[in-house]
Write a protein that binds this ligand. Sequence first.
Ligand code: C5P
Length: 235
Amino acid sequence: MKPLSPRDRLIVALDVADRAAAERMVETLGDAVTFYKIGMELAYGGDGLALVGRLAAAGRKVFLDLKLHDIPNTVERATAQAARLGATFLTVHAYPQTMKAAVAGAAGSGLAILGVTVLTSCDDEDLIEAGYRFGVVEMVRRRAEQAQALGVPGLVASAAEAKGVREAVGPDMILVTPGIRPAGAEVGDQKRVATPAGAIRDGADYLVIGRPILAAADPRAAAAAIVAEIAAVAP
Ligand code: C5P
């Protein structure tokens, strides 16, 4: 497990429609949160890419969850642009060509690439239908090992996968885990959830959390409670 302060392990997913709403949430959370995830919705529709530099300048880290996948030349150049924006993490689909290109594009920058192994919306049947020979468990493991062999520094692994992925790749790869619900929280559309403490125990380095914080009556207090839960197992 990476040595990090409990607060720096929490990544708040800014799953809101536009930059103004995102900035209001960042303001509300204040120094309770140091790391934010910007996904496709905010990046494409809400001027979210402009927010990356602003957050970085304010001493916050940004996880750009754009899940790149294209020809290597395009992935390499797009990754270099994301690095220039000041992002700390960028996701790419864990295809060997794509991962290799992203690692090249991020070289010499502060950007770390995270491989997305298999989308959690896919089951074994979906993979067969898409023409793959492996089921989800084997595919996740295979792609995690390929990522490691290609020098990709990290992976996104759902709470259900975190333990197996950590066992497959050992202690050094960064593991970022969504699908977290504090004990007693609304589960929403997440099917396999873990508590913050459970995910950290399973080997996650960072937790991505959206609705339990964004939809809380007091988001700042919700974030602080999650950080306290992390601190109890990773002081
Ligand atoms: O609101 P919630 O905490 O469920 O948000 C989790 C974030 O992590 C969302 O931005 C979602 O897109 C992302 N995510 C996820 N499950 C995955 C992969 C990503 O919830 N398997």
